[in-house]
Ligand binder design. Structure first.
Ligand SMILES: [Mn+2]
Length: 424
């Protein structure tokens, strides 16, 4: 038997809208906006460069229905590059691009083979002695264990199962087309090309069961290097499994411990140092999209809480100072504390101490709760529905949920920071 290599990608989410980005200007925002397309271009470039025998896409190529034909035309243009290079593609649709989800369609070039959604389907590559088995999703929510109905392995061939699955329910992903690891191991295939879970993971070797992760991180919960798996097969055995990085923008969380930082200027210095360090160690030459988290007990805690807008602008200014398309700051989270603990503060013999003691008991104060419900509750009910869903701010979320204790706990640090700030 011959030696050959193939690429396994999944969860490309082409043209996926990036939440919260529309309000930002500049080249970094533009790079992030086009990142899923550029990552696909890189994948195709690598397939050609590495001279792979074929490419597998294991579902969620598209994020959902196309806004217009441009998304489909872009994909066809990339398939055309592979067609010219003589590289076939085996494409399976998942929950995001299930048959029922995509209303517009384009005919694909002859090198693209799509797994049908009616029942499992097999493709054979005679000259390599490879058999691929798979089934696309018919609709978004597939409750059945698809793997069980996949065909028996083709005797003597290198068998690949292509499957979009939540497996047994992996953290943060809907458990579509559920199955167990044992179902896959026992099938008798050589390689399972999975999709759906966005974090890359090799779940088993011999047989290999692999989530390559998504091709390009789309928000701060998808951090680190992203790409596809390059698999080398020699004489029917997998001899190498490499992660190829295709991401053009890399997401990361930068935690900055402020310790006893005494001034706003010092805070900015520490942010700058941390960003420089992160660009050097984690970016791999790509644009780094960062969420900065400030921690520690610090003198400037009050100012950080009350001057959020300036803090974010300064952090963005620092990132721009590192060079064009080097780093972009998505958000600065202030998770610092005052230099003295809240308990010590509450023991103060002054008006602030009194206020804090009052707030500590506020949740059991029926009168105060009624006033919060009247004032804030009324305001929340006037918010449009879309503003009430998918809320990032914990205090606002507590207010929407009618969690008065959460509102009081959430505003206490801001209130005491304001009061302390006014003393200066
Ligand atoms: Mn999926």
């Amino acid at each position: 038997m011959t030696e050959f290599r193939f690429l396994h990608a999944a969860d490309i989410h082409l043209d996926s809208p990036l939440k919260g980005l529309a309000q930002y200007e500049g080249t970094a925002a533009e790079s992030i906006r086009t990142a899923t397309r550029e990552a696909l271009e890189r994948l195709v470039g690598l397939a050609i460069e590495e001279q792979v025998s074929f490419l597998i896409i294991a579902g969620d190529l598209y994020d959902g229905d196309w806004r217009d034909y441009r998304t489909g035309l872009f994909f066809v243009s990339q398939m055309g590059r592979l067609n010219r290079a003589g590289i076939p593609v085996y494409l399976l649709y998942g929950n995001h691009d299930a048959r029922s989800q995509i209303t517009r369609r384009l005919t694909l070039p002859g090198n693209a083979h799509v797994f049908q959604s009616r029942s499992p389907q097999s493709f054979e590559i005679g000259e390599l002695n490879v058999a691929l088995h798979g089934q696309s999703f018919r609709q978004r929510d597939v409750p059945d264990n698809l793997a069980l109905s996949y065909p028996q392995p083709s005797p003597g061939a290198f068998n690949i199962g292509v499957l979009h699955t939540g497996l047994g329910g992996m953290g943060g992903h809907e458990n579509y087309a559920p199955c167990s690891l044992a179902d896959l191991i026992n099938k008798g295939y050589d390689y399972w090309a999975l999709g759906h879970v966005h974090r890359a993971e090799v779940l088993h070797t011999r047989p290999h069961i692999v989530f390559p992760g998504n091709l390009q991180g789309r928000h701060v919960r998808e951090t680190g290097a992203k790409g596809a798996s390059l698999v080398t097969v020699d004489n029917g055995e997998i001899t190498e499994l490499d992660a190829l990085h295709c991401d053009v923008v890399r997401w990361t969380v930068v935690t900055v411990d402020l310790g006893p930082a005494a001034g706003f200027g010092e805070v900015l210095d520490r942010i700058r140092n941390a960003l420089e360090d992160t660009v050097d160690t984690r970016a791999g030459g790509r644009l780094l999209a960062c969420r900065i988290v400030l921690r520690g007990r610090t003198e400037v805690h009050d100012r950080l809480l009350t001057d959020g807008e300036q803090l974010l602008a300064e952090a963005r200014s620092i990132s721009l100072g590192l060079g064009e398309d080097t780093a972009w700051v998505e958000k600065v989270v202030v998770a610092t504390g005052p230099p003295v603990s809240p308990e010590t503060m509450a023991n103060r013999e002054d008006a602030l101490g009194e206020l804090l003691r009052m707030l500590q008991g506020a949740d059991s104060d029926a009168d105060l709760r009624r006033r919060i419900e009247t004032d804030i509750g009324g305001m929340i009910r006037r918010l449009p529905a879309e503003a009430r869903s998918d809320v990032d701010d914990s205090v606002l979320k507590a207010a929407i949920d009618g969690d008065h204790a959460g509102v009081i706990a959430g505003v206490t640090p801001f209130l005491s920071a304001r009061l302390l700030g006014d003393q200066d």
